[in-house]
Design a protein around this ligand. Structure first.
Ligand SMILES: [Zn+2]
Length: 121
């Protein structure tokens, strides 16, 4: 259920409100736009300043995992493991998968640490 909500861009608390404003993943008009709070339950999506810096680590992990899958795919396609074409293919895939990685990393970070920070107002 949690993984389904992450992929559906839903609030970690209620599972109904959208975290990112734009539902379309590959619409580059407003890729990074996020709601400040959940429109349904008022859950705070920005618990502190710089909260999403940590999402970089999640993004790094996702990109590494995808790169590994691509290298394995290239190997079964017939390339050598250390072929320079693998690197070019990985770069192309990373550019194409950037919106997915960006959103997934922020959503995973929010799901892990969003409710563990005391909000000082
Ligand atoms: Zn909510």
């Amino acid at each position: 259920m949690v993984i389904k909500n992450i992929f559906r861009n839903r609030c970690p608390q209620c599972g109904k409100g959208l975290v990112f404003l734009n539902k379309n993943l590959f619409s580059f008009l407003n890729l990074t736009g996020m709601n400040l709070k959940c429109p349904n339950c008022n859950y705070n999506f920005f618990p502190e300043i710089g909260f999403y810096w940590g999402a970089m680590f999640v993004s790094y992990g996702l990109a590494s995992f995808e790169g590994l899958l691509i290298i394995i795919g290239c190997y079964f396609y017939g390339n050598d493991l250390f072929d320079y074409w693998n690197l070019a293919i990985i770069v192309v895939f990373m550019v194409v998968l950037f919106p997915l990685n960006f959103r997934l990393s922020r959503l995973i970070w929010l799901y892990i640490f969003g409710n563990r920070i005391e909000v000082l107002e």
